[in-house]
Design a protein around this ligand. Structure first.
Ligand code: ATR
Length: 287
């Protein structure tokens, strides 16, 4: 085991709850593998204490933080600078402390894109259906629009899809469709879509028998990306595989968002395979 010394740099994740985060195992394994004198810790921080926590991190000269639910938007006013994409999205998941200057990034967005590109999928110019209009969808829909995808956002509450679509349309001056998430709309959209992304929590443990898309609407020409990583292979991904579709699981995005944060804190290339391996192991141990 690595020894913590007076020179050890500290990183961490703040959220509430925080017990189920995969980030400490991924980052500590990566630091060890590269022989970096860093440590990564989980911090449970309530919404009321968020500002104090950020000031504390600054005072303690913490090198980097990940930000998770429910703080990804509320943390913005406490930062000194925002990366331009993070500013457009209006949410961050990563802070770099650059000599006392706190800079916010959204590696959920860039991690999602990297996970797609790594599989040889270029969303530029493609018809992409995004299911869900919550926080995760916001990061993903923004980066897909920035990359030049033709977006349709489908959500159970159509007003949320509409609102997100309008924001994106305004920022990128391009048309973004919004629809209610129901079977009829899915049938129409999936007849033409080339990429389907599930950002809803449907199919997440313990409700593993749920799926946002009826199996009969899945087809071999579709790329299906489910950002749920617990379980790693959701019902949606199993049925997509049976339909002959190419599938990408949520672990890929989880690992990539971590890897991109790691690279910002350390300046080193992240050991992606190791991070995937330890996260998979840790997920196997979840209750
Ligand atoms: P996250 O940050 O993970 O995106 P969120 O902001 O709470 O979490 O968003 C959850 C998303 O899952 C929303 O799009 C939500 O749909 P609504 O906006 O209509 O609530 C979607 N979702 C959750 N449970 C769902 C269900 N049973 N059926 C359909 N959509 C669901």
């Amino acid at each position: 085991m690595r020894l913590i010394s007076g020179r050890t740099k500290v990183c961490g994740v703040i959220g509430d709850p925080i017990e189920h985060t995969m980030s400490p195992v991924m980052h500590n394994a990566a630091f060890s593998k590269l022989g970096l004198d860093y440590v990564y810790l989980p911090f449970r921080v309530t919404a009321q204490e968020l500002g104090k926590a950020v000031e504390g991190a600054r005072a303690l000269n913490i090198r980097g933080l990940n930000i998770t639910i429910p703080h990804k938007v509320a943390i913005l006013p406490f930062l000194d600078k925002l990366d331009p994409l993070a500013e457009k999205i209006g949410a961050i998941n990563t802070i770099v402390n650059d000599g006392g200057v706190l800079i916010g990034y959204n590696t959920d967005a860039t991690g999602f894109l990297q996970a797609l590109l790594e599989q040889g999928i270029e969303p530029k110019g493609k018809k992409v259906a995004v299911l869900g209009a919550g926080g995760a969808s916001r990061a993903i829909s923004f980066i897909l629009a920035e990359r030049g995808a033709k977006l349709v956002i489908l959500n159970r509450q159509p007003a949320r899809a509409e609102e997100l679509a309008q924001r994106i349309a305004q920022v990128f001056k391009r048309e973004v469709k919004a629809l209610a998430l129901n079977e009829e709309n899915l049938a129409g959209i999936l007849a033409e879509a080339e990429i389907l992304v599930n950002t809803t929590s449907l199919g997440m443990s313990p409700e593993v028998d749920k799926t946002p898309v009826p199996a009969r609407l899945l087809k071999s020409s579709l790329v299906v990306f489910d950002i749920v990583y617990n379980p790693i292979k959701t019902r949606l991904l199993k049925e997509a595989e049976l339909a002959g579709a190419k599938t990408i699981n949520g672990l890929e995005m989880l690992v990539w968002q971590g890897a991109l944060a790691f690279e910002k804190w350390t300046g080193q290339q992240a050991p992606l395979d190791l991070m995937k391996e330890v996260a998979t192991e840790a997920l196997g141990h979840e209750d």
